[in-house]
Design a protein around this ligand. Sequence first.
Ligand code: N01
Length: 530
Amino acid sequence: MPEHFDIVIIGAGFSGLYAVHKLGQKHNVVCFEAGDGVGGTWYWNRYPGARVDIKSVEYSYGFDENLQQEWKWPEYFSAQPDLERYANHVADRFDLRKDIRLSNPVKSLYFDKDTNRWHIKTAKGDHVICQHIVAATGALSAPNMPNWPGREDFKGEIFHTTQWPEEQPDLSDKRVGIIGTGSTGIQAAPILAEQSKNLTVFQRTPAFSMPSGNKPTDEAHERDWKDNYPQRRKELLETYGVSLIDYPTKSAHDYTPEEQVEVLEEGWTSKSAFQMMVAFTDVMTDPAANEVVCEFVRNKIRATVDNPKTAELLCPKTYPIGAKRLCIDNGYYEMYNRDNVTLVDVKSAPITGFTETGLKTTDSEYDIDVLVMATGFDAVTGALSRIDITGVDGMKLSEKWQDGPTTAFGFMVAGFPNFFMIHGPLSPAAFAQMITAGEWQVDFVSGIIDELKEDGYSRIDTTEEAEQNWAAEVNGAAQHTVHHLADSWYNGKNIEGKKGGFVIYVGGFPRYCELSTAAVQNNYEGFIRT
Ligand code: N01
């Protein structure tokens, strides 16, 4: 017999946990989670060096003043174990576990339009009927595993960074290879280099990375935040990326070349991955201003890496800085001065497959005992497209989105009533600090669900016209930026054959809140309540 709930929440990551807390206060909720623990991103990503690149005082919950006063972050930028510990603490402290079913991924969702109810089936065979779905499935949760031939012949071990063993493997006598030089690869590589016999880094596209400047939390930093938390949380939501970095007032062209370098030197040690993108007002909109920042970072790489050929290979030259996600590192470029590290360019000679003893490229073979796949994610739409979702009149979400996702304000899809996404496609997602932005979105959806009931309705849907209007806003915001000049998970071009354009709203979180709130307040403009 199916069980009945008001709301099913998918995913017990940071947004899902907060959704369980918030919605569970008024409704009968259940949360299904694929992992055997809570924390989402910070449960799965336990590779060596996994660490957040936003200050933890910001990248944490603000919904409970006692929690933020009592919790102590040991470092400025928390490592994965501390973030996972925090997620577990929150689950216990707010008694959330009773509503969470672990190791139980959702397999299918089906909307019955006669009863206005969703039917959910899970891997463990649960069948639940509910009125609303809140999908907190994560923008970066579906791993990308390139499908090279010969994998079954390879005698070594392969770990995707999201599937790293809980007990760290002993790599001391191992030849380790790592594929991928995005945020993950750049964090993992320096530690793997220290732990292994030797490390081969397979690089397709070099990334721009800046030093994290991580350090133990000092009393003054903690006190400053704890004394001002309510005000700071409010200020966070008023900034473009929900992060209190220094936003510029001047264009790159307002400075002499010497002054530009001074400004950039300050940004380089600012301890925020985003600071270089906002060093000047026009970094993300004017290619000439952007190039000033690119060359500054390239010169940092050249000054750090001893071997000039390696340094040049590490210098990104084919896309603007910030067009792909900026990385933050702890000794990444310095690592290339070690004797046991080799950089291999797989852009000019791509990987073609596995051998029994390692990998082959179009011009060579490499012996490897342990291969680390830091190859990223089928981002933003990947997690939902791996669930069989059927809306009204048998419409499949995967079919509707086959040429790219369509949403209204990133949180609803026409034809899928009472289905709400947190950090969904075409929302600011990773362009905003995701814990605080996620809390805002959960509160927003919670308000919509409450009003639906108060106003005597049982179903809310959006329209294709609202989706088109939102697409115009999303594309309008993106077209003024340099983002389209790079292939990345922002536009799905990191996955072979994936269609669709830019899947993130880059108009800034305040504008996102303003527009979505205005639609709701304007008698649910773009939505149909019945
Ligand atoms: O994934 P990525 P990620 N052959 O897609 C390469 C967040 N994050 O896991 O650039 C060879 O950035 C691919 O090459 P290319 C953050 O938002 C945050 O590193 O596509 N190479 C690229 O180098 C981040 O942006 C933190 O040419 C292949 C790499 O694999 C997001 O997660 C830490 C390949 C993938 O890079 C994703 O980061 C970690 C192939 N067939 C992650 N396929 C922090 O908070 C892929 N690659 C610090």
